[in-house]
Write a protein of this length. Structure first.
Length: 417
């Protein structure tokens, strides 16, 4: 039997040409696998046929939208995952899911090798290959675009010579990756980091400069997951899709950053993630109300580390799995409702309520009915500040006390002094 290679297939020029290249270079049969992570665009059946027309012996399409929302986007929401405090891990989240489907196909079709169409400069090659070796350690990985140094010109030439049914004339200046959690746009004139993004960069969001009237939404969470919008039950996928629509109409979730890639390059990327950014804003505030202070402070650090691991392609790593367990444990009381106003590029929390709230009105109030015993505060502060007081006294003995300089205070005009 001929050797078989499973290729992560997008339907675009590079991976379409990749089918023939892999077959030519390895003599293997190519099985194309396309995964629906809510990227929209072309019909997946059309993409499947194209793979066959380009020479794949089998082509398989996986509708993984619910799986992606439930098992990848929801953990990211629970972690409030924002790489470099800004990027909600859009592409980084989809790669491990695609990897799972590739490895499954490799098993099903008896393939020895998995192939992807990434270049050698990005994070995605790392995410694919580390992912594949993590869950299919016996599988080999190849990357034709990177390893055979295949350029766009060579791809067009190959497609024309072999009469492949693929568009070679339309050239989008941008490199785009999108799924239901968001959209990433890079290259072209965006590589000059002084250039502002033009309107044609955006498709998930409308211009926030001239927004429609504000949109108020109540999001119900159960254990960290959105379960209803304005009282209407939703699945995680529906929650993201609906929030993409509503927050997107208000221009929420446009991000423009220079980020640190794992391979050491700093790169400029534009993201649009209206649903993700609105949901994270709401989830974060519900955590403020329901998660105990020490757990919350520590969780912030755990979430940041979790985010770096996922960005760096370590989805299937032991540390990521351990941090998942911690994060999951923090979510048991993150249930309740958040009222969010979407308007002019912002998602603003205006109300919160929860059965498992730690907010105690009677402790917080400055009105009558206060149950907080203020006389206890004095002793608390005395002991809490003791360590700093002792150290300051020692500094003074050694002549290293805090120097307070500046002119003497003058009486304010009109104070009568
Ligand atoms: N820089 C982002 C990441 O590494 C997005 C990369 C997605 N690819 C693209 N063609 N924009 O997660």
């Amino acid at each position: 039997m001929k050797d078989r290679v499973v290729l992560a297939y997008s339907g675009g020029l590079d991976t379409s040409v990749g089918i023939g290249w892999i077959a030519d270079a390895t003599g293997a049969e190519v099985i194309a696998v396309a995964v629906d992570v809510g990227q929209g665009g072309e019909d997946l059946e059309v993409i499947r046929r194209r793979a066959l027309d380009c020479g794949a012996v089998e082509a398989y399409v996986a509708d993984a939208r619910d799986e992606f929302a439930e098992e990848y986007c929801m953990p990211a929401l629970k972690a409030n995952a924002l790489y470099m405090d800004a990027y909600p891990l859009v592409s980084a989240l989809s790669r491990p899911l695609i990897v799972k489907h590739l490895v499954r196909a490799a098993r099903q079709f008896g393939a020895s090798t998995v192939a992807h169409g990434c270049t050698g400069k990005g994070n995605d090659q790392v995410r694919f290959e580390v992912g594949i070796t993590s869950i299919g350690p016996d599988l080999k990985c190849i990357a034709p675009i990177r390893d055979l140094a295949l350029t766009r010109d060579k791809a067009i030439d190959y497609a024309t010579r072999h009469k492949l049914p693929i568009e070679t004339t339309k050239h989008n200046p941008f490199s785009i990756d999108q799924n239901v959690w968001g959209r990433a746009v890079e290259t072209g004139y965006l590589e000059d980091i002084w250039n502002g993004p033009t309107k044609d960069v955006y498709t998930y969001t409308d211009d926030p400069t001239f927004p429609p009237v504000e949109d108020e939404v109540v999001i119900t969470f159960h254990a960290g997951i959105p379960v209803a919008l304005d009282g209407v039950p939703v699945t995680p996928l529906q929650a993201i899709q609906e929030m993409n629509r509503r927050a997107g109409a208000q221009g929420v979730g446009r991000i423009d950053i220079v980020e640190d890639r794992l391979v050491g390059i700093k790169s400029r990327e534009i993201y649009e993630a209206p649903g993700a950014m609105a949901l994270i804003a709401a989830h974060r505030e519900l955590e403020n109300v329901t998660v105990e202070r020490e757990q919350a402070r520590f969780k912030k650090r755990v979430g940041a580390r979790w985010t770096e691991l996922v960005y760096d392609g370590m989805w299937f790593s032991p540390l990521k799995r351990s941090l998942d367990a911690f994060i999951e444990d923090t979510q048991q009381y993150v249930s309740g409702e958040i009222r969010l106003v979407l308007h002019g590029g912002r998602a603003t929390v205006t109300g919160r309520r929860s059965e498992s709230s730690l907010y105690d009105f009677n402790l917080a109030t400055y009105d009558t009915g206060d149950t907080f015993d203020q006389s206890q505060a004095r002793g608390f502060i005395e002991i809490f500040g003791l360590t700093a007081k002792l150290a300051a006294a020692r500094d003074a003995r050694f002549g290293r006390g805090v120097v307070i300089s500046g002119p003497d205070l003058l009486p304010a005009e009109g104070s009568g002094a």
